[in-house]
Design a protein around this ligand. Structure first.
Ligand SMILES: [Zn+2]
Length: 125
């Protein structure tokens, strides 16, 4: 396991993630498409916030079940909690995920060029 340090652009949001990153996910849902994030999912306990979550801005949309956290100063979205699964997804056997989705572009010392990109068809969800 490695500890990756991360931040938003202005460094107001600072965090660490303990994990091993061997790929990133590129999602085409309406919000991921526009923010251009490369995502990596981690367990809840893998994210250590160095800025209080109360100081971050929160964006919620659609089903209101996802939590998109972004910096109130520079606007960069650093991580999110994915939405609750729909009944159709549960019926299809999709496993619920209770962790965080980290914007891998916000991690320092991570060479994105070397990582496999997995395309996620979030648009279909
Ligand atoms: Zn910022």
């Amino acid at each position: 396991m490695k500890i990756y340090k991360g931040s938003c652009h202005c460094q107001f949001i600072r965090f660490e993630v303990t994990t091993n990153i061997d790929h990133v996910r590129r999602c085409n849902c309406s919000v991921c498409l526009k923010r251009g994030a490369l995502n990596f999912r981690v367990d809840k306990s893998a994210l250590r916030l160095l800025t209080s979550i109360d100081d971050l801005s929160l964006y919620q949309w659609g089903s209101q079940s996802a939590e998109d956290y972004f910096c109130p100063k520079c606007g960069i979205l650093t991580f999110r909690k994915p939405s609750r699964l729909t009944q159709a997804e549960l019926d299809n056997g999709t496993k619920p995920f209770a962790g965080w989705t980290i914007n891998a572009r916000c991690l320092h010392d991570l060479d994105l060029k070397t990582l496999t990109i997995i395309n996620i068809n979030g648009q279909a969800i």
